[in-house]
Ligand binder design. Structure first.
Ligand code: SAM
Length: 189
């Protein structure tokens, strides 16, 4: 068992957990089964706010139930809608945003995030990010369509202006070349 860097999701939580705290405003761009949403809802505290997006009703329902069970639903606004629309739904600036791409574990594996909408959402989110804010993206090149999305994202992030955004790619170097990795983008203060 690994404690600190067991998985890309864990790495993304480590980074985001160091950035946000009570009172933060954040987005979970892909709520799925609600694990990331729960992590964010705990981190932002009673006065913080989490916006969550997913295109699948099942994901919204799973997330709602998870938050209800933990008594944290009132901190979270869930949208059964694509994250490409986030700029229309979130009108305040944000401290952080998390993307966890690919398909819903335990759900329909044919419903996946897509390069064009993921990049549209990331672009919109970067505009909403406060100075010093952080975006994390867990990228899955291993499933069908995943490699195209990974390539498009790598290219998009590589071209972000270096004086405004500091971008890293965190890969697990002793795992398969197609194993998931993290992109993290911090906006300058
Ligand atoms: N963060 C989740 C968790 O903690 O359980 C896991 C997310 S899962 C890997 C990816 C999710 O992205 C799926 O639930 C899928 O429905 C969702 N998704 C796919 N396209 C989307 C889009 N355009 N906007 C928002 N969510 C999308």
């Amino acid at each position: 068992m690994f404690e600190m860097i067991a998985s890309p999701v864990k790495v993304a939580h480590l980074l985001m957990g160091n950035k946000i705290g009570p009172g933060a405003t954040v987005i979970d761009a892909t709520v799925g089964n609600g694990y990331d949403t729960l992590f964010l809802a705990e981190a932002v505290g009673v006065v913080g706010r989490v916006y969550g997006f997913d295109i699948q009703a099942e994901a919204i329902e799973n997330t709602k139930l998870r938050l209800l069970k933990e008594g944290l639903l009132e901190r979270v606004l869930l949208f059964h809608e694509g994250h490409e629309n986030l700029a229309h739904r979130v009108t305040e600036n944000i401290d952080g945003i998390m993307f966890n791409l690919g398909y819903l574990p335990g759900g329909d594996h044919r419903v996946i995030t897509k390069p064009s909408t993921t990049i549209m959402a990331l672009e919109g989110a970067l505009k909403l990010l406060k100075p010093g804010g952080l975006a994390t993206v867990v990228v899955y090149p291993g499933h069908e369509g995943g490699a195209d999305e990974a390539q498009a994202l790598d290219e998009y992030v590589a071209h972000l202006p270096k004086n405004t955004y500091s971008c890293v790619k965190i890969t697990f170097v002793n795992r398969s070349r197609r194993s998931p990795y993290v992109l993290a983008i911090e906006k300058a203060q």
